[in-house]
Design a protein around this ligand. Structure first.
Ligand code: ADP
Length: 270
């Protein structure tokens, strides 16, 4: 009798193992597909500025005896080169985040510092576009993580808020504490996002309006970087938006307790 039970158990274990293995196999295939898609997308994205530069260089050659035209086209080549360099920087950042899914030297980070630095760095862009950029009050709390990565993530959201808003509008960045979680929200009065685009926003290279994104120097990678950074910190990023009214992107992160000097061994997860 007991042998039978054992046999049944072994058989059950066997099929569970097969299931797990099959699952691993599907996961491996999915990872491989994602990687292949990424390489295809990257090549495509790199070709655009490179193609534009080579076309512009030809035009410069043909306009050699018109100094004004040469200056104009040289300027356009510089714009494309800057775009290419931003794209390469973001691709590197994203692949670094994908390889290491844990933080290198995490520490207690004051939320007010992250907000101040992200807002500070975005200030010039806001002023140039006549957008009023404001930071809210200090929530007086800290999170566990990598300060530079958190600034990069928040900066991406603030830059987007500026890019997708019209002159004369306001962008606000505020942090509030709720149920052991800090919510850092970036609020704009910009063009907003259609509900059907929201689920795809955080995909690599996804843009609602590719032409507008390109005009504002966007790479289509900003929000995937935000998603990765926030996930590595045990948090989540959400979006609320209404076309024509504006958008609010919210980063939610687990709070570091009062006892911020004692390092948690694992980051608390939301
Ligand atoms: P990009 O470099 O194109 O800005 P992102 O990954 O940062 O790439 O954003 C993806 C797309 O999401 C953008 O192209 C834009 O269409 C949309 N988007 C992001 N933030 C906002 C915002 N604050 N308001 C309206 N649309 C936005």
């Amino acid at each position: 009798q007991s042998t039978r039970v054992l046999q049944v158990r072994v058989a059950a274990l066997g099929s569970a193992l097969v299931l797990v293995l099959a699952d691993d196999h599907t996961e491996a295939r999915r990872v491989e597909e994602v990687r292949r898609d990424f390489v295809v997308n990257v090549s495509h994205e790199l070709k655009t500025p490179i193609g534009a530069m080579s076309l512009l260089a030809e035009t410069v050659e043909q306009a050699a005896d018109d100094p004004e035209a040469v200056r104009r086209f040289a300027g356009k080549i510089q714009v494309e080169a800057a775009r290419l360099s931003a794209l390469v920087a973001e691709i590197l950042e994203l692949s670094r985040l994908q390889v290491a899914d844990s933080l290198v030297e995490p520490a207690a980070v004051r939320v007010v510092d992250v907000v101040a630095e992200a807002v500070d760095r975005a200030r010039t862009g806001a002023t140039a576009k006549d957008i009023v950029l404001e930071a809210g009050e200090d929530p007086g709390v800290s999170v566990w993580g990598d300060r530079d990565l958190l600034v990069t993530a928040l900066r991406n959201l603030v830059d987007n808020a500026i890019s997708y808003s019209d002159p004369g509008t306001q962008v606000g960045v505020g942090a509030t504490v709720r149920d052991g979680v800090v919510e850092i929200a970036v609020v704009d009065q910009g063009i907003g996002i259609d509900a059907r685009d929201v689920p795809r926003l955080f995909e690599r290279f996804y843009r609602v309006d590719p032409a507008r994104s390109r005009d504002t120097g966007g790479t289509g990678l900003g929000l995937s970087i935000v998603k990765h950074v926030v996930a590595d910190h045990g948090g989540e990023v959400t979006v609320w938006s209404e076309p024509g009214k504006g958008s609010t992107f919210t980063i939610r992160l687990p709070l570091l307790g009062e006892d911020a000097d004692t390092e948690p061994t694992v980051p608390p997860r939301l």
